[in-house]
Write a protein that binds this ligand. Structure first.
Ligand code: HPA
Length: 276
């Protein structure tokens, strides 16, 4: 079969954002890392920064409007590995179309990365799985009501009928789980239900999500993971379980637990990156 080339939503924003980055540095990242709610501090000190870009300086990126999400891209080294680290993400629930969160993997790919590590806070759907657990993703179910690749086409005009049979790379997932276990980090392998938010789920929605086989629920991940897959990148999803099944959820509590779990996620990332 002929290589159809890489698909996209038909704009040149990733190319333009990449030239804004290239005006400051020629560092080629191997891995794009997205740091979710409260996870910024997980990398803070360990990241050797070469250049930093507020999202507002990158074409197509809106300012991040959520407390706990700084909204900047840093190019640098993490545990010796060249990375493009996104501090804060762009959420569908902020009112953007799916094309905006897709810019993160598109830009990382344009800069040379072949892997995306996506971190996010999640709520638990498994009775008994405690807050603080690090959940490595095996799969997801998209309940956001729209599809991240809607409107994407290959250069020849063909829509992106990609296989989603293995969005989350099996070898990366096994490695991440094995490393988390050997570092003594409470962890599990799970399935992510993506909701559009920003409301947390009703009790009935929680029961529906449990019935789908999902083990955790969140409001991000999928709008980045599917585009990354379409761009032929390996994807690793690492989630901090901030509220256990059956607990009352408050956003402030989500950010607080996420900040605590960030220490473990940071240790895991530093251990993992040179092995990926
Ligand atoms: N639901 C959706 N998103 C979340 C949750 C939750 O319970 N916790 C953290 N992010």
């Amino acid at each position: 079969m002929n290589d159809p080339g890489l698909p996209g939503p038909g704009d040149d924003l990733a190319v333009r954002a990449a030239s804004a980055v290239r005006a400051e540095t020629d560092l080629v990242p191997r891995v794009g890392v997205v740091l979710g709610s409260g996870l910024g501090p997980a990398l803070g000190e360990a990241l050797e920064e070469t250049a930093a870009y507020p999202f507002t300086n990158l074409p197509g990126f809106p300012p991040s409007g959520v407390p706990g999400h700084a909204g900047k891209l840093v190019l640098g080294h993490l545990a010796g590995v060249p990375v493009a680290a996104f501090f804060g993400r762009v959420h569908f629930y902020e009112g953007h179309g799916m094309d905006v969160p897709a810019l993160l993997p598109r830009l990382a790919k344009e800069l040379g990365a072949d892997t995306m590590v996506l971190t996010a806070a999640v709520g638990g759907l498994l009775p008994g799985e405690p807050a603080g657990t690090v959940v490595i993703l095996r799969d997801h179910i998209n309940m956001m009501g729209t599809a991240p690749l809607r409107g994407w086409r290959y250069p020849d005009g063909m829509p992106t009928f990609i296989s989603a049979a293995e969005v989350y790379d099996e070898a990366l997932r096994e490695l991440a789980f094995e490393r988390a276990q050997s570092l003594g980090i409470p962890s599990s392998i799970g399935v992510y239900a993506a909701m559009s938010g920003p409301a947390y789920e009703t009790p009935t929605e929680v029961r529906v999500l449990q019935a789908t086989g999902a083990t955790v629920v969140g409001m991000s991940m999928v709008p980045e993971a599917l585009p990354a897959t379409a761009l032929q990148m390996r994807v690793l999803g690492i989630c901090s379980l901030t509220n256990a099944f059956g607990e009352h959820v408050e956003h402030e509590e989500v950010v607080r637990v996420s900040n605590e779990t960030a220490v473990a996620v940071g240790r895991l990332l530093l251990d993992l990156l040179p092995r990926m």
